[in-house]
Design a protein around this ligand. Sequence first.
Ligand code: XMP
Length: 602
Amino acid sequence: MNQIVVLNAGGQYCHLIARRIRDLGVHAVVADIATPASELRQVKGIIISGGPASVTEPSSPSVDTAIYKLDVPVLGICYGHQLLARDLGGLDSVKAGVTKEYGHATLTAANDCALFTKIPSRQDSDLKFTVWMSHGDTVQTQPPGFKVGGSTDDCAIAVIHHPDRKLFGLQFHPEVVHTEYGTEIYRNFVFDQCRCEKDWDPRARVEHVIADIRRVAGDRKVFFLISGGVDSTVAFTLCARALGAERVLGLYVDTGFMREGDAEAMQYLRNTFGERAVRLADRSADFFGRLQGVTHPEDKRAIIGETFVAVQEDEFARLRLREDEWLLGQGTIYPDTIESGGARHAAKIKTHHNRVERIQALLEAGRVIEPLVEFYKDEVRVLGEELGLPHDVVWRHPFPGPGLAVRCVAAEAHAAVEPAALSLPNGVAGWIVPVRTVGVQGDERSYSRLLVLAGLADVEAAGALARRVTNEHRTINRVGALVYERAGAAFGRVAIHPASLTRERVALLRAADALVTRIVRARGLYDAIWQMPVAMLPLGAAAGRETIVLRPVNSRDGMTADFARLPAPVVSELARALGELDGVDAVLYDVTNKPPATIELE
Ligand code: XMP
């Protein structure tokens, strides 16, 4: 069999590794980390993924060490790199938590490591390129027989390789787009070391998915909650193609947390499959009612997920649909499951609305169909194009199921911002905002403070400072540059005020979001940015006053992201326009990458 197996240590990027390899035209699958070596004898190559655990702890996930003797090339990545060092070099080879290193780093690589052939070398003999790091533990000594193949400023043994045995370890993540030459590294491993041949065409998957839907559904019909977004539209279309429009029923639920124009986006499905197949329901009163006074992000997510299930149950009762005849269809994509802690050993970053407890129970009872669960966002778009969906539907910015609810931050208590006790460049002011937002650091969820900076020369300088501060201070996971403060509401004097999700707050956020989208489209930037959440903090000179946060990001699949650089005149235009909205005291431009901050603020 011509394939690569990725052993899953629970890392956020595990399936991304398989994806990168499938992009090269080679069939790659993900398997449990403890898969016995006897089952891996026939594969062409083994990759051990990253993961949130520490190999220095006895209960940490481990491989069957017989895999190292199979004569099959092995590549360990991050946690996998450390595991390789520990398994072949002993416990002392890895040290826990010596340096924390997140984000970009420069790798100085050895020319004789087989993974780096075909990477164009610069004039000098050293090969240097940018890599993406996210780790706390570090390899201290290479195992016997291994050579060190590369290092960064903070990590002396960032690469190990055995010249004769085709065993490799990389501390960095070649699968994330921020690593320069990541594709070349995988190409060298897959084709030169593992001797794979091309056997995988992603565009040929539509028929396969349709066949799968028919197999899983059998005689049953499918009920879908749809949002107008690309995932649920593609999933619905696939089910309608597989089973016929008369065997699918879509319900668009107005949760109260939709963007302006969202309802129109699902019009495409109505036009294509008919009004009988695609219905509308305004359930915003239920959602707002259940969320009254709720402030913690995970509580919000749980309540929203449960309310979706309640709406679905009401609809089943109202339309007299029999549970044994209908499946629940969901447009769940792979990151929804891994971020919810669904893969073994993966840490829970957040509970996606389609992975709450009651949905899990339905999944276990075999009552759910999720045609896109193996795919990432960019693959879903490929499927959407293959299905002939309109460009606007396929290329709309992603929008989370819980909608504006995860962009409207809540707070329990009154607390003033404080000057940041950090060493900052001359002329730069910094404040710690007493509100927490969600992040992901070293494969784990974080829920930490926001730092606001003012007086920076430009967005590049802000981003560089954000990177340094979040690397050095674990209590800060997000940094915003102050781009507007209302006269009379100087930022140093604003405070967080108690607030939860109300119709008034969400209406202001919706207006801000619509304004930003209009300007970004008018300036020709919409297609150049992967996603541009507009979020809101209950931060201002008095209760009821708000701060708007611009969060433009570039990403390939949402798993990692760089904050997007907006031209300075556009930032000024956005700041000015938002400042004119009634209720807005300040505007921030989020200049944090993911990691350490997630895309949504929650
Ligand atoms: P984070 O905030 O985790 O977001 O960096 C990564 C991507 O996922 C989207 N997102 C969601 N999508 N249901 C969804 O369908 C959800 O519950 C959800 N939460 C986050 C987010 O918008 C970004 O594109």
